[in-house]
Structure formats: C-alpha cells, structure tokens
Design a protein around this ligand. Structure first.
Ligand code: F6P
Length: 318
C-alpha cells in the first residue's frame, strides 16, 4: 500500500527521527512511503515525494523536520478538506500519518471523520495533548531550557540578580513547570493558574535574606511576558531583576536520546496501525507503554500538566 506522512504546526525535535522510523518500518512491512512537504498546506497545494531508506539516512540526530511544516488555518474549511481528500485519492494514498500538536490533531480528526484512514503521532514541545503522557520534542525543549538557565545562573549569581526566564507554552504550563523544577526555579508562572506576585516577591526576599545569590522565575509565555514580570518583581522587592526570552532556541538542536527513542517507538506503532487497517487513532505513551487510542477517546482524555509540582518547586528552591 501507499502510506504518507506529514508534519504540521510547530516543529518539535524528534520529528525527523519519527519520519525515519515511519519510513523504514513501513518499508519493512512491504509498503511504499511518501512524504508530504509543508503540512496540511502542502497536502492541498503540493505533491507527495517518495521516501526510501536512503532518503531518511542521517536525520535521526537533527532537529526541525525534513518535510518542513506550516500552520494552515484554512484547513478548518470543509471545501479545503475536500480538496485535500481529492489530492490524497489522486495520488493513490491508502493511509496518512499526521505528526504534530493539538491543531494538527484537529485537522487529522476532520479528515478521519470524512472516512480517510488517518493516524496521528503526538509531537509538541508543550506536551499538552490529551490522551498521551508524552509528546515528541518535550524532553529536548526541557534540556534546552535547563542548559540555558545553567548559563544564566553564572551571571545572575555574579550580580546577585533576579532573573525572569520566559519559556514557550501559550496555553500550557507543562514545559515551564517541568523545566522550572529541573533547574531549581524559585517560582513558576503558568497560564492555568492565577499569579500571586505579592507571594512570589516575599519568597524572593526570603531567598536573598538566606544568603542566596540569585533567583529564577520561569514564566510560560501564555501567562505573561518576562519583561513586565521582571518590572513588577523589581518594584515589589526593591531588587534588581533582569529578563530573558528563550524563544525558538527551545525548539532547535539535536533531539535527546529520550526523544529519539520515543520517535522510534511511536512512529513504528503508527505505521503498524495503518498496516493492520486500523485508523482514526493516535499513538501514545500511557503508563510507560506505547499504545493507541481513538480520536474520540483523545478528545475526552486529560492533559498531563503536573500542577502539583508547583508547590514542590517552591519547597525545593528554599
Ligand atoms: O505549539 C508549540 C509552540 O512551540 C508553542 O509553545 C508556541 O507558543 C508556539 O509553538 C510558537 O509557534 P510559532 O513558531 O509558530 O511562533
């Protein structure tokens, strides 16, 4: 059969390792695999390219996506989805894997409801997809943040400063919480919970009173910007506060071993599902096992943001 794969939405480190696994596992099962460049936009306006074992050589360790990606809001329109289905049928594609975050999953669901065989592979540094404990890219992004904060810590200590570090996460604070806990932040500000600046300021004052030479606040972009957070905390504490926005540095660079491993397991499972004629399903990590669940079950699943780690981070930073 002909199976195709596309990457959509924000790229996530590990996408290339997943493309490689999908292609090579698909070939091993006796299928021809195609890549659709530029996500759903490419599905409507572009052409699939044949992929073989050699075309995915030496990409395991690279960030980004060789298929490139796009955000394509027009895909919510029924007429555009029909165009996509026509293109898939014209190219004799028998099954499609969509790799991306929540927006991509919504697009996959729309095509699936119209009867096309689709599977989804969760990939988002935000780790905010319901139904799976892990989305590709999260571990690499977390390592990128921790590595950057380790560097900032040197200069923060030298100047005895507060540093506000803004990380990605528009609607989700999972990345901020996990990275904040991993780098010993004094406070973590997330979109899911209102911020008590007075409480953070008194924590920071107590921290400096205990003789600590620096303080870190991690703020998820959806919860406020680093600059105004630093301004507010400087006013409330009377202490110098600097700010930094890590931005897309978080999404780049080689995927960690964890992301490469997850990519191999999740993408192989995705092509195995298509091979078995199962579709309308997302592959997932749940309770330590690779599994799959229907798009319907995903829609009713919970997002694994560990809100209770916020108070733990506060205790451990003392
Ligand atoms: O969804 C993943 C993500 O990295 C979010 O954390 C962030 O808000 C968004 O993508 C940024 O998207 P873009 O690269 O299109 O600006």
């Amino acid at each position: 059969m002909n199976f195709a794969i596309l990457t959509s939405g924000g790229d996530a480190p590990g996408m290339n390792a997943a493309i490689r696994a999908f292609v090579r596992r698909g070939i091993a099962l006796g299928h021809q695999v195609w890549g659709i460049p530029r996500g759903f936009d490419g599905l409507v306006h572009g052409n699939p390219v044949p992929l073989n074992a050699a075309s995915v050589a030496n990409i395991l360790m690279t960030g980004g996506t060789i298929l490139r990606t796009s955000r394509f809001p027009d895909f919510t329109h029924q007429t555009v989805q029909e165009q996509a289905l026509e293109r898939l049928r014209a190219h004799a594609v028998d099954g499609l894997a969509v790799m991306g975050g929540n927006g991509s999953l919504a697009g996959a669901g729309q095509l699936s409801r119209q009867g096309f065989p689709i599977v989804a592979i969760p990939a988002s540094i935000d780790n905010d997809m319901p139904g799976t404990d892990y989305c590709l890219g999260f571990d690499t992004a977390m390592n990128n943040i921790v590595g950057s904060v380790d560097k900032i810590r040197d200069t923060a200590s030298a100047h005895e400063r507060i540093f506000v570090v803004e990380v990605m996460g528009n609607r989700s604070g999972h990345l901020a919480i996990a990275a904040g806990l991993a780098c010993g932040a004094e406070a973590i500000i997330i979109p899911e919970r209102p911020t008590d600046y007075g409480h953070i300021a008194s924590q920071l004052q107590a921290t400096f009173a205990r003789g600590k030479k620096h303080s870190f606040i991690i703020v998820a972009e959806g919860a406020g910007d680093a600059r105004s957070t630093a301004g507010a905390l400087a006013r409330l504490t009377g202490h110098e506060a600097k700010w930094v926005v890590l931005g897309h540095i978080q999404r780049g660079g080689p995927p960690t071993a964890q992301d490469r491993l997850m990519a191999a397991l999740l993408a192989s499972k995705a092509v195995e599902l298509l091979d078995q004629g199962q579709h309308g399903r997302m592959v997932a990590l749940r309770d330590g096992s690779i599994t799959d669940l229907s798009f319907e079950e995903v829609a009713h699943g919970t997002v694994p943001t560990p809100i209770n780690w916020l108070s733990l981070a506060e205790i451990l930073a003392r």
